[in-house]
Design a protein around this ligand. Structure first.
Ligand SMILES: [Zn+2]
Length: 438
């Protein structure tokens, strides 16, 4: 069998692995490249024939894992896409949103609305724990605990057991269950986003969030929270819901101004059956974990102006997570100049993004207008939805694999993980477009 990495080799975006076996050819994910030179990388012609791909295993909906799938369809792929139902539902809103973004761009888009529509018809969905055969290949889905619907795939092909991690979740994250451990594998393909790094405890972040909100209420200020639409926003709502229901905070307006996050939250509500025990017990107690007193969703752009008029104190959660798009720039322009207000960054801010400038308290430009950041800038870095190095190592070694391929990590991180695993198995760093024979 031949294995080639078509993305996420030495970086964290464009996730894709091509497997060519005697039984069938398949891809694990086909994500979009993001960041530097991504437009060219996404537009590049494929070095394989999409018509010869029998199926795709989609580990989860995030754009960096699903974002090139409609292009695959456009170029002739007509096989099947296997995933959980939650992944399918989330991928659908993410891919349509990406078409909306292409339409705003002056350059040629990667695909159109009808390509997403066509792709969605190819999905076949399964539950966690389910096992099925396709073209003499046995496939099993396990919970990765990264975002709603995220999956680890176990694949039995040519007498070998391959395990694909997708993105592995962080322990103790709310809503989703913890990552499932698997007890054996011949070859493991593992992500390395946090290779060599250890996360802070999540509770520290939750405590800090509460302190910041209390302070904002006291100062009658505005708290801006840039947030990713899928998983992070729902986790923030989960925590704030707990604060409100337990009466740790009151008398504050909380707005969610992100159409994508609102759609995603609606999808989350349909999948209580795959939530973790804590969330289920809160829901069974009669509470909606994503709704509480003072909370409002903003669907229309016109409503954004109503938020400006709403009385203080108030919290505004909006995309994007790194402040490079979405509606958060609109609010930063309004409220970022006032030192009484607070901007709370709760995820990694990549170099070159508006969020990184805010982190450094540099002036930013919004619609060519200079906006000095005088508001207080706070940071929580324990809300990661990825496993840290300690967990990845434990998860991999539990399977006692003979061979390990490391992908989905910047070189430094991937090398750090290799260092930790190299004594246990033959360990290879994925190289872009290189083919390995197994
Ligand atoms: Zn992901």
């Amino acid at each position: 069998m031949k294995i080639s990495f078509l993305g996420a080799a030495g970086e964290v975006t464009g996730s894709s692995i091509l497997i060519e076996s005697k039984e069938a050819n398949f891809l694990v994910d086909f994500g979009m490249f993001q960041g530097l030179n991504s437009y060219e990388k996404n537009m590049k012609d494929f070095n394989f024939d999409p018509k010869k791909i029998d199926f795709v295993l989609l580990t989860h909906a995030h754009l960096d894992h699903s974002g090139r799938l409609p292009k695959l369809y456009k170029e002739g792929f007509s096989g099947k896409v296997f995933s959980t139902k939650a992944t399918k539902d989330l991928a659908e809103i993410i891919l349509y949103d990406s078409v909306r973004i292409f339409e705003k761009d002056k350059r040629i888009g990667l695909y159109k609305y009808e390509d997403v529509l066509g792709l969605m018809r190819l999905f076949n969905c399964f539950n966690y724990g389910e096992e099925f055969d396709f073209k003499n290949i046995k496939i099993k889905l396990r919970d990765a605990g990264h975002i709603l619907g995220s999956t680890i795939f176990e694949v039995f092909v040519e007498g070998k057991k391959l395990v694909f991690s997708g993105d592995l979740g962080n322990d103790n994250a709310p809503i989703v269950k913890d990552t499932e451990f698997i007890d054996s594998a011949d070859i493991v393909f593992v992500e390395s986003t946090y290779g060599g790094l250890i996360h802070k405890k999540r509770e520290e972040g939750v405590e800090k969030l509460l302190l910041i909100i209390k302070e904002v209420i006291q100062r009658k200020a505005v708290l801006l929270i840039p947030s990713f639409s899928i998983e992070r926003t729902q986790e923030l709502l989960f925590e704030i819901n707990n604060f409100v229901e337990n009466k740790y905070i009151s008398d504050i307006n909380i707005f969610l101004d992100s159409p994508l996050a609102i759609k995603a939250t609606k999808i989350y509500k349909e999948y209580k059956n795959i939530f973790d025990k804590e969330s289920i017990s809160i829901i069974d107690g009669g509470d909606d974990i994503f709704d509480f007193k003072g909370f409002k969703e903003t669907k229309d752009v016109k409503d954004s102006f109503k938020i400006l008029k709403a009385s203080v104190p108030k919290i505004i959660i909006a995309g994007s997570g790194m402040c490079s798009g979405g509606r958060i720039p609109f609010y930063i322009k309004q409220y970022g100049k006032d030192k009484n207000n607070v901007i709370l960054l709760n995820s990694y801010q990549a170099e070159g993004t508006v969020g990184r400038k805010i982190e450094n308290k540099e002036d930013i430009f919004i619609n060519e207008v200079r906006v000095p950041i005088l508001a207080e800038v706070e940071k929580i870095d324990s809300f990661s939805s990825h496993a840290d190095s300690v967990k990845i190592k434990k998860w991999v070694l539990n399977m006692k694999p003979k061979r390990i391929f490391i992908n989905h990590g910047e070189i430094e991180r991937a090398l750090a993980l290799k260092e930790e695993l190299k004594d246990s198995a033959e360990t290879t760093l994925a190289e872009l477009e290189k083919t390995y024979l197994l």
